[in-house]
Design a binder for this molecule. Structure first.
Ligand SMILES: Cc1cc2nc3c(=O)[nH]c(=O)nc-3n(C[C@H](O)[C@H](O)[C@H](O)COP(=O)(O)OP(=O)(O)OC[C@H]3O[C@@H](n4cnc5c(N)ncnc54)[C@H](O)[C@@H]3O)c2cc1C
Ligand code: SF4
Length: 437
């Protein structure tokens, strides 16, 4: 009897790992399939930059890559093999590549369907246009640490020669840095540290892509050498803390950031460069493009859009508490912004969308927005277009009818224009990669 019990006990204990493994894989498969379906339905199948390519002939489905990704469930298991189930959310950490025990993952740019333009750069980050340099994500390498390192390195390379040059014209700075994300800020701080003169321009404001992260997002990074600040040892930091760190560097260096300066062209003239924005011209001996890959927000092109009440991102929903807000657009960004605004007490939120349904958003967002509209927290004006923005109202055309609604702030989320056209204007050669390293 005792022997039988012992045997049964051994069988039970031995059965635990396979049962656990089976249940874990069944759950993972279910979640993966749902996420993959959602990504396909909402047209979110294209990774922005560097991402994993999984060879199905080598992958043995251990799922080691799934928990290795610091961004959450971006990878999954489908039909027993690893798969990128939320491709658009991949930011190219490459941890999955390192975690795979059978080396089934390679890191590539672009996909078979959508090419990614990668500029040709020399080792010193110079493009085919002599004197114009590219650092940060635009060059192909994502991640904050890479952006900071490249921003610092390009100045270390340029400084000795620039210090030797003498110019009589004071308006020509040593460098014009375009983009105040991690790469541009690091380049500028390094330029200040090395005694170079600079102009720093951004179409938006300090922070770059970090500004668009969700509130309190945990930013994963490796220790890095920040100009002025020195070596950082953290591997995790909140979005807000990271921005504070940059503001501290800006304060310590007395750095001037020229915000709301969208650069449209860069031309060579009389031995230096003229950098042209919608507001004016800036001249420099060298130009450093640190404009990332995420593009410029698309505009509506209606009267009143250039006023300060109009914005293309939502950073701090609390500041709109009790205000009348209009969100324009019907994608995930628009819906998420509307939901965040509606969470603030007393805020009146309206969405203007040119279609008659939210057909391309994540299921979770669809459920939440349906709840919010049913409970009267958000009003949606379907089949509508904003025609004019006034100081305290907005004109909207909906199915042939003109209406005017009271308004304090307008948030526009209608997609972005990628930097390829700009690079083309400047004459920078790119190679379009279709799923290649
Ligand atoms: C949701 C999300 C989460 C992420 N999480 C992490 C993470 O945890 N860890 C990590 O290391 N990385 C993360 N990343 C990636 C990281 O944000 C980027 O790799 C990094 O910001 C790239 O820095 P950058 O300076 O090259 O470009 P960006 O940060 O994109 O900055 C580019 C700047 O250029 C400006 N600009 C663009 N065009 C023009 C123009 N024509 N004229 C003037 N200015 C212009 C933009 O306004 C912007 O301020 C994440 C990205 C996203 C989207
Ligand atoms: S490359 Fe990075 S973000 Fe993309 S799936 Fe792998 S670990 Fe996640």
């Amino acid at each position: 009897m005792i022997e039988t019990l012992i045997t049964l006990g051994i069988i039970l204990i031995a059965a635990i790992p396979p049962i656990w493994y089976f249940r874990r894989n069944r759950n993972l498969k279910k979640i993966s399939e749902q996420k993959f379906r959602e990504s396909r339905e909402t047209g979110r199948m294209e990774p922005v930059s560097l991402h994993p390519l999984i060879d199905p002939n080598v992958c043995i489905g251990t799922a080691a890559c799934v928990p290795a990704c610091p961004e959450g469930d971006i990878l999954g298991i489908i039909r027993g093999r690893g798969e990128l189930v939320e491709p658009s959310n991949c930011i190219g950490h490459g941890e999955c590549f390192r975690a795979c025990p059978v080396e089934a993952i390679s890191l590539v740019f672009g996909t078979e369907r959508r090419g990614v333009d990668i500029p040709h750069l020399k080792e010193n980050f110079e493009t085919n246009v002599p004197g114009v340099y590219i650092v940060g994500e635009l060059g192909g390498m994502g991640l904050i640490r890479n952006a900071v390192t490249q921003g610092r390195q390009v100045i270390e390379y340029l400084a000795p020669a620039l210090k030797k040059q003498q110019y009589s014209n004071d308006s020509v700075t040593d460098v014009v840095v375009v983009g105040a994300g991690p790469a541009g800020l690091a380049a500028t701080a390094q330029a200040i540290d090395m005694g170079l003169s600079y102009t720093l321009l951004d179409q938006n404001d300090v922070g770059g892509t970090i500004l668009s992260y969700p509130r309190q997002k945990i930013v994963m990074t490796q220790p890095m050498e920040m100009p002025i600040y020195g070596k950082t040892n953290f591997r995790e930091i909140s979005k807000e803390e990271l921005l504070e760190l940059w503001y501290d560097i800006i304060d310590r260096t007395d750095m001037t950031v020229q915000a709301n300066q969208k650069v449209e062209d860069v031309r060579r003239e009389n031995g230096h460069f003229r950098v042209i924005t919608q507001q004016g011209n800036f001249t420099g001996k060298k130009v450093i493009l640190a404009i990332g890959r995420r593009g410029t927000p698309r505009k509506l092109g209606v009267p009143g859009e250039d006023t300060s009440k109009v914005t293309y991102q939502l950073q701090d929903p609390e500041q709109y508490r009790g205000k009348k807000c209009l969100v324009v657009g019907g994608g995930d960004s628009a819906v998420e912004a509307a939901l965040q605004l509606a969470d603030e007490p007393g805020t009146e939120v309206t969405i203007s969308y040119r279609k008659d349904a939210f057909s391309r958003i994540k299921r979770r967002n669809l459920e939440r927005i349906n709840d919010a509209t049913e409970n009267g927290l958000i009003n949606v004006i379907w089949n509508s277009n904003v025609t004019k923005i006034h100081p305290d109202s907005v004109d909207i055309e909906a199915e042939g009818d003109e209406m005017s609604i009271g308004n304090d702030f307008v948030f526009i989320f209608i997609g972005g224009i990628m930097p390829s056209g700009f690079l083309n204007t400047v004459g920078i050669e790119v190679e379009t990669k279709f799923g290649e390293a």
